[in-house]
Design a protein around this ligand. Structure first.
Ligand SMILES: Nc1nc2c(ncn2[C@@H]2O[C@H](COP(=O)(O)OP(=O)(O)O)[C@@H](O)[C@H]2O)c(=O)[nH]1
Ligand SMILES: [Mg+2]
Length: 315
């Protein structure tokens, strides 16, 4: 991404210079270029420096990736300001286990979350908003006939990363926000259930709409992110995604890990006293358990519990 505004839309082909060593360049990185930066056909620049990242969003490599990295955490997006968690209100229904996981990843990465509920023409947000009532999270509702002005306002001046399950309407939304993006809608490959057709993150510059002044922002589409590995997040950091539970841990014994097996964990009493929704504690503990487990990330599908439908089988 370029900083000098008048050349923001230039596309400059560049390659990593040898001095970068093994350091990888990811979407959102700010880089220093040398060489031919004219952007003319055939021009090639070199990336000689990656600026310090203000935020880092990681994911666990997919279980079915046969890469040598295996399940290592990989940086997918750098310097994002906002994580737009896209969730349909119906078809498929919202999965709070996935949203909770995204919230933890956002807070851990130092990125502000924004809930974006699509398919508001099919169902209302009452139930899911009730679940998050204590968190006072910013949210927007999207339906086919909404003008997206509210969403554009929240994206303005920001670098936003969009995540969400297959089928929730991400590509539809990106195409409406950035008509030139031409993202494939409703397409999944025939190989394997719900496989995405594309896995690389792509940054798209939001167009100016009407007479609005200022930077409309960037949106980063991440078709490849299907889960966030949280193995690197401590049980206390995991709590950042559950601010409604934090105060409840004050009376915990030292070194309490807050699992269901921790005798004397004060969270049980906190919930029993009606200070927080028991579903929130259950969700926190599912995340704790999935993080502790060394198993296949497919098992994370169990996180949302049997009470919720699992149309896509993965968190
Ligand atoms: N009713 C309704 N359907 C939608 C809405 N947004 C997307 N869809 C449909 O949901 C399906 C999946 O959309 P897509 O954009 O491919 O989802 P993605 O997998 O998240 O990229 C498509 O058939 C869309 O037409 C919406 O706001 N309301
Ligand atoms: Mg899509």
């Amino acid at each position: 991404m370029r900083e000098d505004d008048e050349r923001l839309d230039d596309v400059i082909t560049s390659m990593r210079a040898r001095e970068l060593g093994r350091k990888s360049v990811v979407v959102g990185d700010r880089v220093s270029l040398v060489g031919d930066t004219t952007g003319e056909p055939g021009a090639l620049a070199r990336i000689v420096r990656i600026s310090e990242r203000t935020s880092v969003l990681r994911r666990t490599a997919d279980d079915d990736d046969t890469t040598p990295e295996g399940r290592l955490e990989r940086v997918v997006v750098a310097n994002a300001d906002q994580l737009v968690i896209v969730s349909a209100l119906a078809d498929p229904p919202p999965r709070t286990g996935f949203i909770d996981r995204c919230l933890v990843a956002a807070y851990d990465a130092g990125i502000e979350p924004l809930l974006c509920f699509t398919k508001a023409d099919l169902a209302g947000p009452g139930e899911v908003l009730d679940y998050y009532a204590e968190l006072h999270l910013p949210y927007v509702l999207v339906r086919p006939d909404s003008d997206l002005a509210e969403l554009r306002e929240k994206l303005a001046g920001q670098i936003s990363v969009m995540v969400g399950h297959s089928g929730v309407g991400k590509s539809t939304l990106v195409n409406r926000l950035v008509p030139a993006a031409l993202r494939a809608v409703g397409v999944v490959s025939a190989i394997g259930k719900g496989r995405h057709t594309s896995t690389s993150a792509v940054a798209l510059r939001l167009p100016r709409v009407g007479k609005k002044k200022g930077d409309p922002g960037w949106i980063i589409d991440t078709p490849g992110i299907r889960s966030f590995g949280l193995a690197h997040v401590s049980s206390d950091s995991l709590l950042h995604g559950f601010p409604d539970l934090v105060e409840g841990t004050v009376d915990c014994p030292p070194n309490c890990e807050h699992t269901a097996n921790d005798v004397g964990c004060a969270l049980d009493a906190w919930v029993a006293a009606g200070k927080a929704d028991p579903r929130r504690l259950a969700s926190y503990r599912r995340l704790l358990a999935s993080r502790a487990g060394d198993g296949d990330p497919r098992d994370q599908a169990a996180e949302t519990g049997p009470e919720e439908p699992q149309p896509h089988g993965r968190v």
